[in-house]
Design a protein around this ligand. Structure first.
Ligand code: GLY
Ligand code: MN
Ligand code: MN
Length: 468
């Protein structure tokens, strides 16, 4: 498809200075002579070869610089708001392989910065400023900072200042995020339409992934926000299945394909899931489970907006799922009691959503973020914290699901403490569908939300799209 209705309005030079100004505000109070230093990502090679692995800029560096290429640094003199870019040194020999680097004039045209320094000039430049503090991240390579200034590095305050800034999106960031989600929605639609086409031969998951990437790339989204999940049949019940290497089982009329994929544009991503029937028509079992998940998502979308607690949205999903699973006979007992016991977790074992931005699971804010990334004991972990009220201009996902995952079903139904709450006959009737997730990326607005995701999700709309 061509994005005739989704043309992208922004100029190429992103106004990243506006991001820096938000970060600076969050860093206050700042002593005079303070610097901010970040080094972007560098390229790596595969194992012990000279073959480069795919490069994607580190998100915090992109947030402040708008640079998607490897090897750059940024230095900011906070008192005077002057931003210095430092491009990598590229020898003539390297230029034979990688091309001629941008001139300084070109760099200042492309990026929202004031000056360019060479890597050679950087140490003396810092020495001349003689800074009292240099804000940086605990993950930043600071080897380009002269040793005598390492004592001035403050590695503790910048992360939260950036996280807080990144959580609330500026209008130009919102435009890009909207564009990413709309194009990704078109890619989902194209995929449904392709699978529905009558002249298909056997499909494997990999070619569906390629088709999704193709639609994205054709509209400028050359990169995916995360590895696409193209999960057919029982794999739809594996939350982060990314092998995408199986032939799609075509014997069963129940076979569903769960596609959790979103492209990114200028590093700003999207996170969208659609689940659709291989044969173009949902079976009764598939439709029943699908509509329960859709009902849970619609319940959230009806209420979500500024001031709403994420925890309440999650509980709302759980309530809908419990009542419905009792209604169709999979769970046995009183829905309210089952909620308290947590037995729904046999079929719903993830959170209801998260912030989206430069990362799929984007950063949250101070202590009470929707989702905060923490570096713990050298390992990057993700902590859910559900106590922060949503605010205007946050971008989040709403992604309920129901999964018939053999491991999870065994854990719960074989536990003597819980076995009586499950009807195995019903579970076996429905487990043939694998799993369903419906995930939209939305913007929190003054009076509710704007749904960036435009791929259909009603059963009849999906079936209609797949008929063409
Ligand atoms: N695509 C990963 C997630 O939905 O969180
Ligand atoms: Mn998600
Ligand atoms: Mn997702």
């Amino acid at each position: 498809m061509n994005n005739s209705n989704d043309s992208f309005p922004l100029p190429q030079r992103l106004p990243t200075r506006s991001n820096y100004l938000k970060v600076k505000e969050n860093l206050a109070p700042i002593s005079t002579g303070a610097l901010l230093y970040l080094r972007g990502g560098v390229t790596h090679t595969r194992d012990d070869t000279d073959v480069e692995v795919d490069f994607r800029q580190e998100s915090n560096f992109f947030y402040l610089s708008g640079i998607e290429k490897a090897g750059y640094h940024i230095l900011v003199a906070l008192a005077i708001d002057k931003i210095f870019l430092i491009p990598p040194t590229v020898s003539p020999d390297e230029q034979l392989w990688k091309g001629i680097p941008d001139s300084f004039t070109e760099l200042l045209k492309k990026y929202d910065a004031d000056f360019v320094l060479t890597e050679k000039q950087l140490p003396q430049f810092i020495a001349d400023i003689d800074p009292r503090v240099i804000f940086t991240l605990d993950t930043t390579d600071v080897s380009a900072i002269p040793k005598e200034y390492h004592g001035k590095l403050d590695k503790s305050r910048l992360r939260m200042a950036i996280n807080e800034a990144r959580l609330i999106k500026l209008p130009w960031e919102i435009s890009i995020l909207r564009y990413s989600a709309r194009i990704s929605s078109h890619a989902h639609m194209s995929l449904m339409s392709l699978v529905g086409s009558k002249n298909k031969s056997l499909y494997n998951e990999a070619e569906l992934e390629a088709n999704f990437r193709w639609t994205c790339a054709r509209n400028g989204l050359a990169r995916q926000c995360y590895i696409p999940i193209i999960a057919s049949g029982p794999r739809a019940a594996v939350l982060h299945y990314t092998d995408n290497d199986r032939l799609i089982p075509d014997k069963s009329p129940h076979t569903l394909i769960l596609v959790d994929a979103g492209g990114e544009y200028k590093c700003y991503g999207s996170d969208i899931t659609r689940t659709f029937p291989l044969h173009g028509k949902f079976t009764e079992e598939a439709k029943t489970i699908y509509n329960i998940v859709l009902k849970a998502q619609n319940a959230v979308l009806k209420l979500i907006g500024p001031g709403v607690l994420w925890r309440d949205m999650h509980n709302l999903v759980v309530r809908v799922l419990c009542y419905e699973l009792v209604r169709i006979g999979i769970l046995v007992g009183h829905a309210y009691e089952l909620m308290k016991l947590g037995v729904y977790r046999a079929f719903y074992f993830h959170g209801t959503g998260h912030s989206v931005g430069l990362d799929c699971h984007d950063v949250g804010g101070s202590g009470i973020g929707i989702l905060t990334h923490q570096i713990r004991k050298g390992r990057k972990g993700v902590t859910l914290d559900l106590n922060r009220a949503l605010e205007k201009d946050m971008v989040v996902t709403v992604e309920p699901g129901l999964y018939f995952n053999d491991v999870s079903i065994d854990i719960w139904t074989k536990n003597p403490a819980y076995a009586r709450y499950f009807n195995m006959e019903k579970i076996n009737q429905y487990r043939v569908i694998g799993g369903v997730r419906i995930e939209d990326t939305i913007l929190i607005t003054d009076d509710g939300h704007e749904n960036f995701t435009i791929a259909p999700k009603e059963v009849h709309d999906i079936e209609a799209l797949m008929k063409h």
